[in-house]
Write a protein that binds this ligand. Structure first.
Ligand code: NI
Length: 168
């Protein structure tokens, strides 16, 4: 299967709010497989459907060192989050080469459907919690640079647009 194209910031399509998946069928499973392949090929730890211009609530991630523990979250919901926050340096496949510190809840419990359509819950901390929250933001049309100051964000935008012009 061919890798999907990852939208690059500040592509306005990254600001689309995703809709829930109505039924987890073969179409969804094919998309999930392609998203995983695309994420691994790009050396990412997570990818949201929004980033491949599919506006449905689907996330894939793999924060294992061995890169052999894919997690699929369909229609994810945070059911619990810690009061304690943690700062983490984040990056994004839609904003390559840009990293900055973002503060988010340190631990979360997420409820979602798996690729078979079964409900499950998962507790996460560390990078996995960061990744889940970062990818869930994408589904709401939010990119991590939106947490940064307007000045920083405008510098990143300029840099990205320049790079995209050079690559075109
Ligand atoms: Ni991202």
């Amino acid at each position: 299967m061919q890798n999907l194209t990852i939208l690059q910031y500040p592509d306005p399509r990254l600001y689309t709010v995703a809709k829930p998946v109505a039924v987890v069928d073969d179409r969804v499973r094919k998309l999930v497989a392609a998203m995983l392949e695309t994420m691994y090929a790009a050396n990412g730890v997570g990818l949201a459907a929004t980033q491949v211009d599919v506006h449905e609530r689907i996330i894939v991630l793999d924060t294992s060192e061995e890169r052999n523990a894919p997690v699929v979250l369909i229609n994810p919901q945070i059911v619990r989050q810690s009061a304690q926050d943690k700062e983490w340096e984040e990056g994004c496949l839609s904003v390559p080469g840009i990293y900055d510190k973002i503060t988010r809840p340190a631990e979360v419990r997420v409820r979602a459907l798996d690729a078979q359509g079964a409900v499950f819950e998962m507790d996460a901390d560390g990078l996995t919690a960061v990744c889940i929250l970062h990818e869930m933001d994408h589904l709401l049309g939010k990119v991590f640079v939106d947490y940064l100051s307007p000045l920083k964000r405008s510098r990143i935008k300029t840099k990205m647009l320049k790079r995209q012009r050079q690559a075109a």
